[in-house]
Design a protein around this ligand. Sequence first.
Ligand code: 5GP
Length: 186
Amino acid sequence: MAVTSSSMLLRNFSTAGRVAQSVRVTSRIFFSTGELIRVLPYTRSSRSISSTRAAHNEEAAAKAAASVADTGAPTIFDKIIAKKIPSDIIYEDENVLAFRDINPQAPVHVLVIPKLRDGLTTLGNAEPRHVEVLGQLLHASKIVAEKEGILDGFRVVINNGVEACQSVYHLHLHVLGGRQMKWPPG
Ligand code: 5GP
């Protein structure tokens, strides 16, 4: 499984037993649990003014965050893990915390993070020692989807780096669902 992408998307087609596969598409990697792997160029479709503005905000936030990307500086997620600031926690175990995104992009939008960052500012920094926690994050994403009642259709997204609009440098999986998703993603 390649992990050197700028973005990862998991698409669930609620079909058991299919092997996850990955395909690199420009700056993003798409993982699919479905039989259909789409290899599409990363193109921008026409958007409404507001969604274009939101995209620009995301890009600005990502560029601003890039300056601290690999400094190892604490992030807002450290405070959430330490419960110094409140969050709406959906799932928690020894290694993983899942809480609702403050700026949801879908009816269900939950962030799944490792409690111990251990160098995982980005997925691109993953090393062999991280394999176990990466698996735990994916499994926790499935638990979140189950708890939120979206197991039949949900996405798991990892934004990696500025080009993918990563704004918090503590690895996190976005679990999105509760509405019809579009393809290709913007
Ligand atoms: P990224 O853009 O790095 O992929 O995702 C970071 C996510 O963290 C964003 O979707 C953003 O809304 C979310 N976020 C940033 N600050 C907070 C916060 O204080 N609380 C919560 N719950 N989510 C946050």
